[in-house]
Design a protein around this ligand. Structure first.
Ligand SMILES: Nc1ncnc2c1ncn2[C@@H]1O[C@H](COP(=O)(O)OP(=O)(O)OP(=O)(O)O)[C@@H](O)[C@H]1O
Ligand SMILES: [Mg+2]
Length: 288
């Protein structure tokens, strides 16, 4: 993608702009726990104790700069809750979040978030939606150039002027990814970003994410339900889960995924890891 990799103009560099190359930042959870006030009538087994629902406990996880970590776990195990803590949208009940090695509370300028739904503003063009992600105070002309470059990176140059209602779901999701990247994030937090897409589009989006990661190296924490997606994209796969009788989910398994990306989807070792992960998640695998 030579055009997508175009260097910033010397003028932009000269001004030491907010659009300088992003520096992948580390992300660390230290002893993170999260709980919420339980609602009345909540059935047992959900971790509700003393009027409090314990969702997460003892989460210790460190992502190195540039690393891609996939977060798997059953529905309700607290994946989105952990991502919201990483994004600074919620504070943990206990424990600490470090971004770029420094304790972080509130929304960190180093982090950007992408959600399952694209969350584009329907009255703005695709271009202007992506521009919403630019850091505050970005020079107009620089901002336009950055948005154009990102649209090229995600293959949306031809529909920059369209409104969200005029593009497909996959295109909207690409626009949403471009908007997150417009922040020049050191850490990209993605909550099932391809969950709503059809299988083929999803595979294409996975390849796109890898290309983007190469072009714009950031640290990525990716929540997914898809074991194959995790194995295709991640350096490490982290599984959240809970134990019987202990309220709150924590990290149950961490798996290093071997092999350079892009990986062969038919690789035998990946197939073995797939079986391991599925049984960890409580899904029986059938051997032929
Ligand atoms: N703001 C909140 N107030 C009360 N309970 C909450 C809140 N946010 C999350 N929870 C509870 O925390 C638990 C974990 O929710 P979370 O959304 O993190 O799960 P998840 O792993 O992302 O699930 P899914 O795979 O279905 O998206 C759920 O039981 C949910 O009801
Ligand atoms: Mg979720």
């Amino acid at each position: 993608m030579p055009s997508a990799l175009a260097q910033p103009t010397s003028e932009a560099t000269h001004r030491g702009s907010a659009l300088a190359a992003p520096r992948a930042a580390s992300l660390e959870f230290r002893g993170v726990a999260q709980s919420f006030a339980a609602r009345r009538g909540r059935h047992p087994g959900t971790g509700a104790h003393d009027g409090v629902t314990h969702v997460l406990r003892d989460v210790d996880l460190a992502l190195a700069p540039g690393e891609i970590v996939a977060l798997l776990g059953p529905s309700g195990s607290g994946k989105s809750t952990l991502l919201r803590i990483a994004a600074g949208l919620d504070a943990p009940a206990t424990g600490e979040l470090l971004v770029g090695g420094a304790p972080s509370s509130g929304i960190s300028p180093l982090c950007a978030v992408g959600f399952q739904e694209p969350r584009l503003l329907p009255w703005l063009s695709v271009h202007d939606n992506v521009a919403l992600g630019l850091p505050k105070g970005t020079d107009k002309r620089e901002g336009r150039a950055a948005v154009d470059r990102l649209l090229a990176l995600v293959g949306l140059t031809h529909c920059a002027a369209y409104r969200p209602g005029e593009i497909s779901g996959g295109m909207a999701q690409r626009a949403s990814l471009a908007r997150a990247l417009a922040r020049r994030p050191g850490v990209l937090l993605l909550d099932e970003p391809f969950g709503a897409l059809d299988a083929l589009t999803r595979l294409k989006m996975q390849d796109l994410l890898l290309r983007v990661h190469e072009a714009e190296p950031t640290t990525v924490l990716l929540v997914t339900h898809d074991v194959d997606e995790a194995l295709q994209l991640a350096d490490r796969v982290v599984v959240l889960g809970s134990e019987d009788g202990v309220p709150g989910a924590t990290i149950q398994h961490v798996l290093d995924v071997p092999g350079e990306r892009p990986r062969d989807r038919a690789d035998a070792e990946l197939a073995r890891l797939r079986g391991t992960l599925l049984s960890t998640l409580g899904v029986d695998t059938h051997h032929h």
